[in-house]
Design a binder for this molecule. Structure first.
Ligand code: SF4
Ligand code: SF4
Ligand code: SF4
Length: 197
């Protein structure tokens, strides 16, 4: 999309695209980012400043660093935008934000949960050692080299169990699709990882 096309994008289209997103945090952030990149003209302060401020706070929700204060601020910002924005575009953006802000699955982010596992910061993939048959198939599909491990050798008592290095994992989900034993699972990011054999 060219810059001109982005600028002329209709709020209705942004709304339709945003509504395709399952998670209310991602829905709201998408709406704001598209609004800022497109129809937001910057002519009035409550709308322009409010949108930028709301974006900062939604990004915190996305990355698991938000607090109650961020949610309160978003509400304050959006209410102010509704009241003081010069045109309908600013007011409609604020309405969209307010329609999503009190949803349970949005506020759950404050306690470290993204119920749809849509926000990467809130979940991780792990390998359950007891279910892993050490076939190594997952290792072959991980383009990020996040999986390490070795096949069990009958003549050796110990081996390096299959594990996912969280710092390298980009959460693409390819490994879970190929694991024949269901040993790879998605868990909340705060869950302690099982200790290998
Ligand atoms: S409310 Fe309307 S006039 Fe004001 S910055 Fe937003 S888009 Fe521009
Ligand atoms: S989710 Fe993707 S990056 Fe992470 S371990 Fe699996 S294949 Fe590798
Ligand atoms: S594909 Fe599954 S069973 Fe095979 S090594 Fe990976 S985690 Fe273990």
């Amino acid at each position: 999309m060219t810059q001109k096309e982005q600028k002329e994008k209709k709020l209705e289209d942004i709304k339709k695209e945003a509504e395709q997103k399952n998670c209310p945090v991602q829905r709201s952030l998408y709406f704001i980012e598209e609004f800022l990149a497109g129809p937001m003209c910057g002519k009035c302060f409550p709308c322009s400043f409010g949108s930028y401020e709301a974006r900062i706070r939604f990004k915190r929700l996305l990355t698991g660093t938000a607090t109650d204060e961020d949610v309160k601020s978003i509400k304050r910002i959006a209410s102010n935008m509704i009241e003081a924005s010069m045109c309908k575009k600013g007011k409609d953006t604020a309405k969209f934000i307010l329609d999503n802000i009190d949803l349970k699955d949005l506020t759950e982010h404050l306690s470290g949960v993204c119920s749809g596992n849509d926000c990467l910061a809130y979940f991780k993939y792990i390998i359950i050692p007891e279910k892993c048959n050490t076939c190594g198939i997952c290792l072959g599909v991980c383009k990020d080299n996040a999986i390490t491990g070795e096949k069990k050798k009958t003549y050796l008592s110990g081996y390096h169990p299959f594990e996912i290095a969280q710092k390298r994992c980009t959460k693409c989900g390819e490994c879970i699709k190929v694991c024949p034993t269901g040993a790879i699972v998605v868990v909340n990011a705060t869950v302690k990882e099982p200790v290998g054999v």
